[in-house]
Ligand binder design. Structure first.
Ligand SMILES: Cc1cc2nc3c(=O)[nH]c(=O)nc-3n(C[C@H](O)[C@H](O)[C@H](O)COP(=O)(O)O)c2cc1C
Length: 328
């Protein structure tokens, strides 16, 4: 499949996640098999107002490509202007957030709020598509709530408006990030449109990804929290999809190596203290499944400098097991 300048085959995409998919984590996922990565959502009004903290979110590195910049907003003129500003950062894709469930966004007519106004969503996508020369993709949900699932209509409208692909988080807005995902609407969406359809929601293992491809007939799978819990998930899934076999789990040595690579990236991009502190949300992922690790993880949470973090991790590795022993 081709989207603008990118060619993709059964792609695995890193989901946009606020305060998580920064450059360092995007690079880690990219180096470990993600085919496309996305920035966190970027506020259109902030871009239009020239807010420095918002503009910084547009920074991308060549190594991350292909990358999508995701924007959100309730007003079509601001979204059009924001898309042009985001285009200036030269991503491969501009993504419109039509799925954010949090009150401050959705109840103000942005994000998943657009699901309650399909005419506006269609007009917004059309206006943004016309304003930029990059492909525009849309990320949305099944509907506002269980009684108003309108994803098939939305998909047709988004395609008619010129979107290049659609990602569907298979929950409703009222479910937020919890509750059971429902992939059952995707085959109908696939029959209704010819643009690529990517499925998102609760893909935590290579087997989950395989099942989603098979059950839904989707063109790609987008992974969010599963990648935080297990930064190797993209490469493990790729291997499983192409060979039918499972890669051995990363050894403790490999875990520590990738953890330290992430520390290095985070510190070089954000500075020592911020780089270490903002990495804390990823500690569990690297240490996941190691027996009796809770105390060690709590201890790491108190560290604010790279040198100490590195030393503690290497010590932990050396005292825990012989280097290279696989963990289950
Ligand atoms: C911490 C966090 C931040 C998120 N931020 C965004 C965001 O900026 N834009 C967006 O479209 N979705 C956002 N999401 C939703 C994810 O992209 C994804 O749709 C959701 O987590 C379901 O996928 P998963 O089960 O693979 O995590 C966020 C989710 C989490 C957990």
């Amino acid at each position: 499949m081709r989207i603008g300048s990118i060619t993709l085959e059964q792609p695995l995409l890193l989901a946009p996640m606020e305060d998580v998919t920064d450059i360092a984590f995007r690079l880690i996922c990219k180096r470990n098999g993600a085919d496309v990565v996305y920035t966190e959502f970027v506020n259109a009004e902030g871009l239009v107002r020239d807010s420095m903290s918002t503009l910084r979110k547009l920074t991308i590195l060549d190594e991350e490509r292909p990358i999508g910049i995701q924007i959100y907003g309730a007003e079509i003129p601001s979204m059009v202007r924001a898309a042009s500003i985001a285009e200036g950062a030269s991503p491969e894709l501009i993504d419109i957030n039509a799925g954010c469930w949090v009150k401050d966004v959705a109840l103000r007519g942005a994000g998943a709020g657009l699901l309650q106004d399909p005419d506006k969503m269609e007009a917004m996508v059309r206006a943004v598509v016309q304003a930029v020369s990059l492909p525009v993709t849309v990320k949305t949900r099944l509907g506002w709530d269980e009684s108003s699932i309108n994803i098939v209509d939305i998909a047709k409208r988004v395609e008619a408006a010129g979107a290049a692909a659609l990602t569907i988080h298979c929950r409703t807005r009222t479910q937020g990030l919890r509750g059971v995902v429902n992939y059952s609407h995707i085959p109908e969406v696939k029959r209704a449109v010819s643009i690529p359809v990517f499925v998102n929601g609760d893909v935590r293992t290579p087997e989950d990804a395989k099942r989603v491809f098979k059950e839904t007939g989707c063109d790609g799978v987008m992974i969010g929290r599963g990648a935080i819990e297990n930064p190797w998930l993209f490469q493990q899934t790729k291997y499983f999809l192409t060979t039918g076999n499972k890669l051995p789990p990363p050894t403790l040595n490999e875990r520590v190596r990738l953890f330290l690579e992430h520390v290095g990236l985070s510190v070089s991009l954000k500075g020592e203290r911020k780089g270490v502190i903002e990495l804390r949300k990823h500690f569990s992922g690297y240490l996941h499944g190691i027996p009796n690790v809770a105390r060690f993880r709590s201890e790491l949470m108190t560290i604010v400098d790279r040198q100490q973090l590195t030393e503690r991790l290497l010590e932990f590795r050396d005292r825990t097991e012989p280097v290279g022993t696989p963990l289950s």
